[in-house]
Design a protein around this ligand. Structure first.
Ligand code: GDP
Ligand code: MN
Length: 502
């Protein structure tokens, strides 16, 4: 379910003819005083976070031009659930006479939308469930007309506002249908002193499968998150969209360790159920998980590499923990190549424990450990198979972290000197460039060719792909394997430079 910010939801309501308070979302405190003055001097300021009960969190303030900048700075400096607030909404202050709670959601049991209404609105509505009216809806014609009229006629609002209230409710249903909302909530829908009916708050979630049909909503990531997408999540999503070999999912969970935690860790799973078990195991060891990540369903080494690079963009990690299903069908050694490449490039200096259980697991373990040993990394990288349980390797991970006591600092990846150098051989490869050092080729061509899956040959003392350029470019996985195999065996001269969006 993709969620929209309050201000985005309100803009959609307005485009369907529902009145919203005048105002604007801003990301800089300096804009607040003038905006506040524009709105008549008295304004409401609300942090834009995907949570209910912002009022109780101190995230809804009444402000004035002289303190608007300080108020905005305070709200923008906060974070909710570990994620920073990026926008505050500044709006005219409404003179509220009555509040109504309105919710439109899909009732899975009834297989139809349902409209909930309650007078009073506001926080604590959950405790007043008995007073919530449930009005059935037809997906085509909307809320049951008689039931809706009966509710509006009895609502504790000034009688003169009832037609406007009924109109706003009908439009809310139309809005939900138009954007294929999974849920649309207006709490409160208010009646002002002057009798106007205005949506004072708005929360809309959109069905993930509907997002592609609604570019107008500007939703960047169509998937379940409990916070607005972070820069890293956007980057990860782009990586997934560019390479459809296997799945890749990345979501940030914490940016700092919990109180009393043994530290923040990067998590890299493969396969849903096994990943869940592994997350439980590592949490039971007292670690805080910075991110959830899943690469499964035959991911390319390039995808696993990029996943590792993204995980390692998170500062403060004390270790890298990888563990998935344990019985993966995919050939695990491809993942091993991707991880080995990323760990070498980043000169990993925090411990990594990776469980590569499944098909070809022995080969995968040997590749990852062998390549990391040859890379002479400053922290241990240990690989395991399905017989090593998540609980056991989580305990081993805790031991290594305690010995190492390092804290990860994101860094630029290292590149061999011949990458980009004049005179180096290069060919385009999916998502990057293959580089070969002419000097190394002179001394090691047979050894490199032996590790290149038949894709490279020597032509007059220079390396040459054995396939036409287009076909060769699709062999990124084999060339990454070649690079890692060469490095493991101490053979220099070949490197695949993979780009990362952003
Ligand atoms: P939430 O706590 O995250 O649901 O944030 P809301 O936007 O719903 O605001 C919480 C409460 O603040 C509302 O239920 C209103 O009672 C109050 N509130 C919000 N905007 C106004 C306003 O313009 N005028 C007045 N008087 N109260 C407001
Ligand atoms: Mn609200």
């Amino acid at each position: 379910m993709a969620r929209l910010h309050e201000y985005q939801g309100k803009a959609i309501l307005a485009s369907h003819g529902i009145a919203i308070p005048r105002g604007k979302a801003i990301d800089s405190p300096a804009l607040a005083p003038a905006l506040c003055a524009d709105l008549g001097g008295q304004a409401v300021m609300k942090m834009q976070a995907w949570t209910t009960g912002r009022a109780a969190l101190g995230g809804v303030l009444f402000t004035a031009p002289d303190r608007a900048e300080a108020d905005a700075r305070a709200l923008l400096g906060r974070s909710v659930g570990g994620f920073p607030i990026t926008h505050v909404l500044v709006e005219e202050k409404l003179d509220i006479k009555a509040e109504v709670f309105l919710s439109i959601a899909i009732d899975d049991r009834a297989r139809s939308p349902v409209l909930l209404l309650a007078a009073g609105g506001g926080t604590g509505i959950e405790d007043r469930a008995a007073r919530v009216a449930r009005i059935p809806c037809d997906p085509r014609t909307g809320p049951d007309a008689a039931a809706l009229r009966a509710w509006v006629d009895a609502a504790p609002v000034p009688p003169a506002s009832r037609p406007a209230l009924a109109d706003a409710i009908a439009r809310a249903f139309d809005t939900a249908r138009a954007v294929e909302a999974r849920s649309l909530e207006i709490n409160p829908l208010v009646v002002t002193a002057s009798g106007a009916v205005v949506a004072a708050d708005c929360r809309i979630t959109i069905d993930d499968y509907a997002v592609a049909r609604h570019p107008e909503l500007g939703i960047e990531i169509a998937r379940e998150l409990d916070h607005p997408p972070t820069a890293l999540e956007r980057l990860a999503y782009e990586v997934e969209q560019r390479d459809h070999r296997g799945t890749f999912f990345f979501a940030q969970m914490n940016t700092a360790p919990a109180d009393g935690s043994r530290g923040l860790i990067g998590f890299h799973g493969a396969g849903g159920g096994g990943s869940m078990m592994s997350m439980d195991a590592i949490t039971a060891q007292g670690f805080t998980i910075a991110n959830f990540c899943d690469t499964s369903g035959n991911p390319s080494p390039a995808k696993v590499y990029r996943a590792a690079r993204i995980i390692l963009q998170q500062p403060g990690l004390v270790g890298y923990f990888g563990s998935g299903s344990g019985v993966a069908n995919q050939e695990q050694f491809w993942s091993a190549y991707g991880l080995a490449k990323a760990f070498w490039e980043l000169d990993l200096d925090i411990p990594a424990v990776i469980r590569l259980g499944g098909n070809t697991e022995e080969r995968a373990v040997e590749i990852l450990q062998g390549a990391c040993r040859a890379a002479d990394l400053r922290a241990p990288v240990e690989a395991y198979t399905k017989n090593d349980t998540p609980a056991m390797i989580a305990e081993r991970f805790a031991t290594l972290v305690a010995q190492c006591r390092a804290s990860w600092k994101p860094r630029e990846p290292r590149r061999p000197a011949f990458v980009g150098a004049p005179g180096s051989h290069h060919s385009p490869i999916k998502g990057g460039t293959l580089w070969i050092d002419p000097a190394a080729w002179r001394d090691h061509a047979p050894a490199i060719i032996a590790r290149a899956s038949g894709l490279l040959a020597d032509r007059d003392g220079a390396p040459a792909p054995t396939l036409p350029p287009q076909e060769f470019a699709a062999k990124d996985s084999e060339m990454i394997a070649c690079e890692v195999e060469c490095r493991r065996d101490g053979i220099p001269g070949l490197f695949v430079a993979l780009d990362l969006p952003g």
